[in-house]
Ligand binder design. Sequence first.
Ligand SMILES: [Zn+2]
Length: 226
Amino acid sequence: MAKSKADLQKDRDNYYQHLTESRAAHAAGDCLRSLDCAARCLDYIDGMMRYERKYEDKEFLSIEAIDVILNEAPFFLHYQLLDRVEEILESKRLIEKHTSADLDQLLSEARQVMQNAYRLWDHVERNPGVRQDLLEETLGWTQDAWQRLSLRWSELELLERTPEGETYRLHIRDPFRESTLAKCPTCGVVAKATKHVFLQERTCPKCKRQVLFVLVPDNKISANKE
Ligand SMILES: [Zn+2]
């Protein structure tokens, strides 16, 4: 059954409410919360677009909430969120159809970034002090992309970058720590776990579902209690 104008308007309002929260969290430097709020937009995108196309004659270059997710989720290894975007794009074909950006293409690029993020973590953990300028030679992909990834991880305080000549030596932050913090993407519980929790599915201690935990930078822990 088609949604009424009032229903579509409600979807639009919900979309912008969560988007506004996402922007505010981003501005406050809490990227993980910004990502959570962008995720809450997903269910309302279809209604928002229908409303704005029909009643405001609007055309869409891209969808901000999806942009936020595709840009940021890979850095947090937030596998589940990229799956959610894929699900939405598949079930709501109008989103892709009425957006100029090639969302399927951007999604597959985001998956590639995330796959390489896993590889970087593993590589730096096995080879502490590895040189950033040799990543392309060792691991493939492109040097620019490795640089962006390691810069972002150093901003999130997950990776230590020590300048050396024209490049950097990379270390996982605090390598002697036995456990680190990770968050369940389903129920949001933050757990202490060994680092390898990132690399395989675990049973969440709270919601008991099989999940891949999401990276939580130490300095962002207080903001993630939902
Ligand atoms: Zn859970």
